[in-house]
Structure formats: structure tokens, C-alpha cells
Ligand binder design. Structure first.
Ligand code: 26V
Length: 797
């Protein structure tokens, strides 16, 4: 399918050599790996750029409605392989590089991950951009060009240590600086009324400068733009007087101050300074994006009433929630529209996606900070709240509360559609956080279950499986993933299943070789690869997983000859730097892994490995090699999950709770091909009301009691026996996330997994059924849903 002709490879080789000479200024004899990587990237970029111009021209000519995706995070990872795969030039590039005596894999791996996101929300935004381009939707992503993405994680004696990430310190091939797209933005100052109009005079200014990255869709039929804003000083702020007086550092202070805004992803917001900076970032990228959007609209249309027909702005969580008041400010204060009309037009444009119900993650800003940074917006928010009260006199919900601004309520009131990201999550939104707003606006909440792009999460990361699929059913599945169901009849063909099995086995062998080379751990590829990779959080329950591993280790020691199913438990994920409990869970897993892996009685059957620095590239390595996908959050807490979809698509079986999109995955792949355990969201609520629920669970399960004891008594930290007592006490005490209450059923399900894995033929049939039935989880399907239910926009290819 991806076979290139000799002519393709020749043209590619010439393009690489051309860029090596004229873009990098090197000859082949002296080029470094980085030079080759840049030369190849430029060659690919040339191809993308032509298609990008064509797409932009088409959008203008059609005067089409544009979709704008506003997101604080875009977790795009590496772009070179993505470009090569979508342009179907990977084979040509491999051949060309080999002919040039370069190792293609090493050249591709030289690119640093663009880690402009924390986790699921940012990765979803990246998948959406790719699907928007694949479907030919005129769209732009808007975000922040952080100088430092998500921190890098190292382990020192098992403890997480964070170091700054520096992706922009290496040459970056993909972006174009847009000197003409610059906006001056204000903060602070005062509001005066002149001639009946409110005029905001900020006392601080910063410039937002645009950098564009093209995002090419499948087969290069369309390309959209990811526009990221970088903060620059508003004035020529180099202070010559200070410099001449010898104060070299003071001379650059104003510039440093301005640039702080786009310096780092998610600055620590536990301090007052951190909070102000975070709100500045939110306003900075939202206002710059809206100005850009309005400038484009004004250049194409002269009737402002057309705004909702031509512009759809999607708010990725509440981070860009200030878009509501800012758009009202532009329409009312600057363009002179009546306030009510400004609200209506803004609402017609805006959609809001909620990504979490966790109370601590729902943004609220103190009135004080808001007033200091955005005094006019605070007034507008009050008027929005008043208008909403007038329209709904019986309402029991407000945007403002004494001293605070609630961004979720603001987003809800200012959006014409509000969506959750899985069926369960959307249902819970209606009965919990947005219950009252849903009563007032019963048609506003809709569901759009998340999805993932099959180009990156199958074709690119699992090329052998992709090839088998294409050889079996043709390549239509890459743009219509539900056609994977056509694989089903083949699963009963022993020869086909052998091929499927061999591919999984080869992926596992490749991962094992990499883990040995990079991390010095030896694992048997015949063992079950049991994988939990995601941010560390108590609700995701990595501690449930390690507790089960500890109980299993104890049981194997008691009875080494009971025919255990060999298992490699693989973890990866980062904890927020200030989330000490999560960091201690990492340390516990690392400590436990040392003891368990060194135990000669048990290490034939059980090993535990925590891989450092989880990122998109590591996910691409692990997912194709997984047998078992751990999706074990406390029911009601994980809004959707998207890793769960990637695993199922790549032929891993899930052990999981009825949470987020697990519910829909189970329905699609069939309950017999999914290992379900645990309480439902409703049962979780009821269980929490039982006094001593954890103690009860422990009293009825000696295995659980013994595992918790080992954590408490220092079995894994002999030099400091009390190191994990607080974790043991948490699980045995308040246990808000119900680790103890779900343990017994988790253990049962894991033993069912063991038994199933021993029948390799049957296991592989189940795995193949997961692949064949996961087509619905394509982000193409998700984007079609948004186009239909939220954006009312069309595709142009
Ligand atoms: C944020 C925070 C910040 C403060 C402390 C605790 C906390 C916990 C969670 C979050 C999550 C922020 C939003 C987010 O990333 N949600 C994720 O969105 C994914 C895409 O929709 C979805 O698959 C994940 O289930 C959801 O957690």
C-alpha cells in the first residue's frame, strides 16, 4: 500500500540533498543526524506547503464557515513521521535515507516531541486537528507557543525529578513566523464611560506574535493551520540607559517580563504569582485568537449578523472561557452593537467542551485577580449574569458568587452547545455539575464521545498490523475506520490469526529489545504485557494496580508451582510537581519493582517496570505491544479516556471499570472480550456513604489486608520503614477513590485475565475482535459529530 516507486525514492533523495545543501548549508560528508533530519523535514514541508496553500485558497473562495479550536494545549508529539505517513512518502523516505547511508528510524527519532500539553485534553486536540484536515474542514487550531513544554521526568532512587523541557532549543522545521499577524493586548488599568460607551484603558501591554504550523490530513488532500501565539514586548523595551550604566540584566527586564507569558506550559498555580500568570496566559491566547478571527471575518464579510453562520469557535475546556466576555466586548464596546445582540451573536459562535467533573479541576477565579487584570471583562460578566437572571427569574445558579467567577457556568451560559466527551460523562454532567443549567437549557448539552486518529495510532505506530489489515480488506479503513468490521470473518481463519498473533509477538519483542537496550531490563516477550500509561492521579488508581501486583507477588511466593501466568506490569506517567501523594505512588511502584524483580522465586512470573518520561512517542512504542490495557479509574471520574481506545484498536484487551468511554468500548467490542470489574458510578456514590467502607473490604479479603500491610511495614523501603505508611493509611482509611472496596473484584478479574491468556488462540481471537470492532472510536467520527451537532459546518473535499 505504501510501496513507493523508484522514481519517488529518487525524487525524495534529490529533495533531501537539495535541502541539506541549501537549507542546512552542509555537504553529505559533514552532515550530522540532525542535519539529515532537518533536510528531510524541509523536503516533506515543501510537499505539505503546496497543499496547504491550495486548501487556504479553497476556503476563501468558498467563503466557507471556519471552525476555530481554542486550546491551551496541543500535545502533537513528533511531526515528521506523521507528515511522511499522511503523504504516503514513508517508504520513499526510508529508501532515500538508506541510499544516503543514514538510518531512517534514527533520523525520525531525532525529532524532539512537541509536548505542549499535559495529557488527554491536549492529545485529543492534536487528534482533532488531524481529523479536521483529513475531512477537509476549513479550520484553525489556536494555542500558545510555549518555550518549555511539559517537564521531563527522571527517577532518582525511584523518586520523580522534574527538569525543564527545551524542544525549541533544537532546530524546529515546521513553523513559519508570521510577522504580519501581531496583536497588542492589554491587562489591568481602568474603565471609563465616554459618550455612553465603556472604554477600557489597560496599563500593561504585550504583543502576541503568530507562528503557523501546517497540519496535513490523510493522503495530503487538505491541510489546516495550527497557529500558536508567542508573547513579545509591546514597546521597544531594551533599556539603553540601564545598559550604558552597566546594568545589563536590568536592561532586558521588560522584555523578559513580557515573554514570561508564553514561557511554560501550566505554570504552578499554587502561588498567587502563578495564578495571575495562568489567567494572563488564558486571556493572552484567547484574545489574540479572537482578534485574528474577527480580522479574517471582516476581510470576507460586511454583515456582522453573519458571524454565527461563518464562524464556529470551540472552547477546549474552560481555559479559553474568557472568549465569551471578550467577544461581547469586541461586539458591544468596539463595534457598538446593543449588549443583548452582542451576547446572542457570541453565543451563536461559541461551543464549550467539558473534560472533567472533578471539583478541584473546575476553574474558578478570584474576583480580586480578575478585577486587577481584566476590569472590563468583570463588568461584562456581571451583565451577562444579570441578563441570564432576567431571562430565567427562577434560576438557582449564578456565574458570579461573592469573591469568585465560575468559568464553567460562564462557558455554559455563553455557548449554544455544551458537550461531554463520553456518554456516561455527558449523562453525569446533566445530573451533577450542570444540573440546574441543563434544566434551564434542556437542548444545550450534547454528547460527543472522543476518538483517536487511526493514522498515527495504527498506521504510523503499528505498521505491520496496518499492512495485514490492508492486505485483508484494502486500505479504505484508513479514512473509514468502521470498515475494520470487515476483518471479522478472517478471525476464524487459523492462518490469518497466526499472522495477527505473529505481529503482536514481534511488536512485543521489539519493545523488549528496546527496554533492554535503554533501561537494562530483561523481559520475556512470551509473557503478558500488562500496561497502565497515563498521568498519575488517585482517581486513575495506579495504586490499585501496584497493590494487586504486591498481592500477586505474595501469593506466588506462597505457592510458586501453581502454574502462574507470566506477566510484565508496565507503568509510565508523570505526576504534577506539587501532587505529593501521586509522586509517592510513583516511588512506591519503583521501590516495589526493585524487590519484586529481584525475587528469584517469583520473577519468572511477575516483573514490574516503571518507564520514565512518558510522552506521545513512548505511547506509540508501548501501545502496539500491549496485551492488556489497564483502565481502572474509580467509576464516574474519568471523563472519557482516549488511551483506552488506542489499546483496543491495536489489539489489547481491556481490564476496566464502567467509566468514561470504557462503557462504549465494551459495548462495541462485546462484553465477552472485555474484563469488567468494580462498582458502577452509582454504587460508588452509595459506597462512600458507608462508614468504614475500606475497613469492611479489608476485613473480608485477607489478600488485600496482607498487601496493605506490606506497604505499611516497609517491605519495599527497608531503610525507611514508614515511607509508605500514609499510602497504606489512606487506602485503609478514608479511601475516597475506593481502592479497597474495588480490590477484591479487581483481583478476581485479573485471575480471569490470567486464565484467558493461557489459551493463546482464544486470547488472540479476542484481541483481533477488539481491533475489528474499534472503528467507531476514530476521531473522524467524533469530528463529524461536532460538525453536525455543534458547528453546523461543512467539509470541502
Ligand atoms: C485537571 C486537574 C487540575 C487540577 C488538579 C486535578 C486535575 C485533574 C484532572 C484535570 C483534567 C483536566 C482536563 C482533562 O485533561 N481531561 C481529560 O480530557 C480527556 C479528553 O477529553 C479525557 O479523555 C480524560 O478522561 C480527561 O481526564
Amino acid at each position: 500500500m505504501l510501496k513507493s516507486t523508484p522514481a519517488d525514492a529518487r525524487a525524495m533523495r534529490e529533495a533531501i540533498l537539495h535541502h541539506l545543501t541549501y537549507s542546512m548549508g552542509k555537504d553529505a560528508a559533514h552532515a550530522t543526524r540532525q542535519d539529515w533530519r532537518m533536510a528531510l523535514s524541509h523536503a516533506v514541508r515543501d510537499q505539505i506547503t503546496d497543499r496547504w496553500f491550495a486548501s487556504t485558497r479553497k476556503s476563501y473562495e468558498a467563503k466557507a464557515k471556519r471552525v476555530y479550536y481554542l486550546s491551551m494545549e496541543f500535545l502533537i508529539g513528533r511531526l515528521l513521521e506523521d507528515g511522511l505517513v499522511n503523504l504516503r512518502m514513508l517508504d520513499a523516505a526510508n529508501e532515500a535515507l538508506t541510499a544516503l547511508e543514514q538510518d531512517p528510524a534514527a533520523v525520525i527519532a531525532d525529532e524532539p516531541d512537541a509536548a505542549l500539553g499535559n495529557g488527554g485534553l491536549g492529545r485529543l486536540a492534536a487528534c482533532f486537528l488531524e481529523s479536521l484536515s483529513t475531512l477537509g474542514v476549513p479550520a484553525l487550531g489556536y494555542g500558545i507557543r510555549y518555550e518549555h513544554g511539559l517537564f521531563e521526568q527522571k527517577f532518582e532512587y525511584g523518586r520523580q525529578v522534574e527538569t525543564p523541557e527545551t524542544w525549541l532549543q533544537q532546530p524546529h522545521a515546521w513553523e513559519f513566523e508570521r510577522a504580519e499577524a501581531k496583536y497588542r493586548l492589554g491587562f489591568g488599568g481602568s474603565v471609563a464611560v465616554r459618550d455612553g460607551r465603556s472604554v477600557w484603558t489597560p496599563d500593561e501591554a504585550v504583543v502576541a506574535a503568530a507562528y503557523d504550523t501546517p497540519v496535513v490530513g490523510w493522503q495530503g488532500r487538505w491541510a489546516n493551520t495550527l497557529r500558536l501565539w508567542s508573547a513579545k514586548p509591546a514597546n521597544e523595551s531594551f533599556d539603553l540607559d540601564s545598559f550604558n550604566a552597566g546594568d545589563y540584566i536590568g536592561a532586558t527586564a521588560p522584555e523578559a517580563q513580557a515573554r514570561t507569558i508564553s514561557r511554560v506550559l501550566y505554570p504552578d498555580d499554587t502561588t498567587e504569582a502563578g495564578k495571575v500568570l495562568r489567567l494572563k496566559q488564558e486571556y493572552f491566547f484567547t484574545a489574540a485568537s479572537l482578534h485574528d478571527i474577527m480580522r479574517r471575518f471582516d476581510s470576507e464579510h460586511d454583515d456582522i449578523a453573519l458571524l454565527p453562520k461563518k464562524v464556529a469557535v470551540q472552547l477546549n475546556d474552560t481555559h479559553p472561557a474568557i472568549a465569551g466576555p471578550e467577544l461581547v466586548r469586541i461586539l458591544h464596546d468596539e463595534k457598538g452593537l446593543p449588549f443583548d445582540q452582542a451576547i446572542d451573536l457570541a453565543r451563536g459562535v461559541l461551543g464549550y467542551t467539558n473534560h472533567t467533573l472533578l471539583p478541584e479541576a473546575l476553574e474558578r477565579w478570584s474576583e480580586d485577580i480578575f478585577h486587577r487584570l481584566l476590569p472590563r471583562h468583570l463588568q461584562i460578566i456581571d451583565r451577562i449574569d444579570d441578563a441570564h437572571a432576567k431571562a430565567h427569574p427562577d434560576r438557582k445558579v449564578t456565574i458570579r458568587e461573592p469573591g469568585t467567577v465560575k468559568m464553567g457556568e460562564l462557558s455554559f451560559v455563553m455557548a449554544h452547545r455544551v458537550n461531554g466527551v463520553s456518554a456516561l460523562h455527558t449523562g453525569l454532567m446533566k445530573t451533577t455539575v450542570f444540573k440546574e443549567l441543563d434544566r434551564l437549557h434542556p437542548d444545550r448539552i450534547v454528547n460527543q464521545t472522543n476518538g483517536v486518529t487511526p493514522r498515527r495510532w495504527m498506521l504510523s505506530c503499528n505498521p505491520s498490523l496496518a499492512e495485514l489489515i490492508t492486505a485483508t480488506i484494502g486500505d479504505g479503513w484508513l479514512s473509514d475506520l468502521e470498515r475494520l468490521t470487515e476483518l471479522e470473518p478472517n478471525i476464524s481463519d487459523p492462518e490469518w490469526l497466526r499472522s495477527f498473533t505473529a505481529i503482536k509477538r514481534a511488536n512485543k519483542a521489539e519493545l523488549a529489545a528496546w527496554m533492554a537496550a535503554e533501561h537494562g531490563v530483561q523481559v520475556d516477550p512470551a509473557a503478558m504485557f500488562d500496561v497502565q500509561i497515563k498521568r498519575l492521579h488517585e482517581y486513575k488508581r495506579q495504586h490499585l494496580n501496584i497493590l494487586e501486583a504486591i498481592a500477586l507477588w505474595q501469593e506466588i511466593r506462597d505457592n510458586p508451582d501453581a502454574g502462574w501466568t507470566p506477566r510484565i506490569k508496565i507503568f509510565a506517567g508523570k505526576a504534577a510537581p506539587g501532587y505529593f501523594f501521586a509522586k509517592d505512588i510513583i516511588r512506591l511502584i519503583n521501590d516495589a519493582s526493585r524487590v519484586i524483580n529481584d525475587d528469584p522465586v517469583t520473577n519468572k512470573y511477575l516483573k514490574v517496570i516503571f518507564l520514565p518520561n512518558y510522552n506521545v512517542s513512548l505511547a506509540e512504542r508501548l501501545i502496539p505491544a500491549a496485551d492488556l490495557s489497564e483502565q481502572i479509574s474509580t467509576a464516574g471520574k474519568e471523563a472519557s479516556g482516549t488511551g483506552n481506545m488506542k489499546f483496543a484498536l491495536n489489539g489489547a484487551l481491556t481490564i476496566g471499570t464502567l467509566d468514561g468511554a470504557n462503557v462504549e468500548i465494551r459495548e462495541h467490542v462485546g462484553p465477552e472480550n472485555f474484563f469488567l470489574f468494580g462498582m458502577t458510578a452509582e454504587e460508588v456514590e452509595a459506597r462512600r456513604r458507608i462508614d468504614g467502607h475500606a475497613a469492611q473490604a479489608i476485613a473480608t479479603d485477607p489478600r488485600l489486608a496482607r498487601a496493605i500491610d506490606a506497604v505499611r511495614n516497609g517491605t519495599f523501603s527497608p531503610t525507611e520503614p514508614g515511607r509508605y505508611a500514609h499510602i497504606a493509611n489512606n487506602i485503609a482509611g478514608a479511601d475516597y477513590f475506593l481502592v479497597s472496596s474495588d480490590f477484591t473484584d479487581y483481583w478476581r478479574a485479573q485471575r480471569a485475565v490470567d486464565a484467558a491468556f493461557r489459551d493463546q488462540d482464544q486470547w488472540m481471537r479476542m484481541a483481533a475482535l477488539n481491533t475489528a470492532r474499534s472503528g467507531w472510536f476514530s476521531s473522524d467520527r467524533t469530528i463529524r459529530g461536532y460538525l453536525r451537532d455543534v458547528w453546523e459546518a461543512e467539509t470541502l473535499v
